[in-house]
Design a protein around this ligand. Structure first.
Ligand SMILES: C[S@@+](CC[C@H](N)C(=O)[O-])C[C@H]1O[C@@H](n2cnc3c(N)ncnc32)[C@H](O)[C@@H]1O
Length: 217
């Protein structure tokens, strides 16, 4: 059943096809993601989680050519190789580390090494793709985020750009899974052990969150 807002004809006309950002706006959102980052340099080890073909880390490497090391985590072997080659062309082989792994399924991952974790549109598509209930989906997001937290050094930051659900996309915990709303995603970030969660950019259903692994945990 649609949310009651959608039954209001004026509200419907204002929001029909305008509540979502649309894929054509993606370059703008990735640019905003880059602008939100702290400075990155030779002492930094960036981990790109769910790196795909390396689009996000390539943007970072264009902007911060001295970045010390980029670890690419991606389960799809062919995408991972494309990301590796793309980053190596910009940074050289020695500063790129490909790692084929699936997040949120208790894979063995390097602990406490990264100074910055970047995540580009991974958690929400995966939570939808996995199926199951919303409760399962939320639990997976918390597990995945807790693994990202473990990749980071104490005090290091996570930046995540996602396409989230809108406030009217409500659904019972035992109903089908879906993208999380911004507040649900913030709750998951906190439940995974991060501090200082902040939305640093939002355009309609696209948000960039930052959060810190606590310095003492
Ligand atoms: C929508 S793509 C985004 C890719 C890239 N971050 C970007 O911004 O272009 C999501 C990526 O997450 C990867 N992925 C799927 N399940 C994953 C998991 N459990 N852990 C890590 N990555 C996963 C997919 O293979 C895919 O490359």
């Amino acid at each position: 059943m649609p949310h009651p807002y959608w039954e209001h004809p004026d509200w419907y006309d204002v929001h029909d096809n305008t509540s979502v950002a649309g894929p054509d706006r993606e370059p703008e959102h990735y640019r905003e993601f880059l602008i939100a980052l702290p400075p990155v340099g030779a002492d930094d080890h960036v981990v790109d989680v769910g790196a795909g073909t390396g689009k996000l880390s390539d943007l970072l490497a264009q902007a911060y050519r001295d970045v010390g090391l980029v670890t690419l985590i991606e389960p799809n072997e062919r995408k991972l190789e494309r990301a590796r080659a793309r980053l190596a062309a910009r940074l050289g082989d020695a500063r790129v580390r490909p790692l084929r792994a699936v997040l949120g399924e208790a894979a063995r991952l390097p602990a406490g090494e990264a100074t910055l974790a970047i995540v580009g549109s991974v958690l929400m598509p995966v939570v939808v793709g996995r199926g199951g209930t919303l409760r399962d989906g939320r639990a997976w997001v918390v597990r995945a985020l807790a693994e990202i937290r473990s990749l980071l050094r104490p005090g290091a930051w996570l930046y995540d750009v996602e396409t989230v659900a809108m406030p009217w996309d409500v659904g019972a915990a035992e109903g089908p899974t879906r993208r999380l709303t911004p507040l649900e995603l913030v709750d998951a970030v906190v439940a995974a052990g991060f501090d200082a969660v902040e939305c640093v950019y939002r355009f309609r259903d696209r948000i960039v969150l930052k959060a810190q692994r606590p310095p003492d945990r």
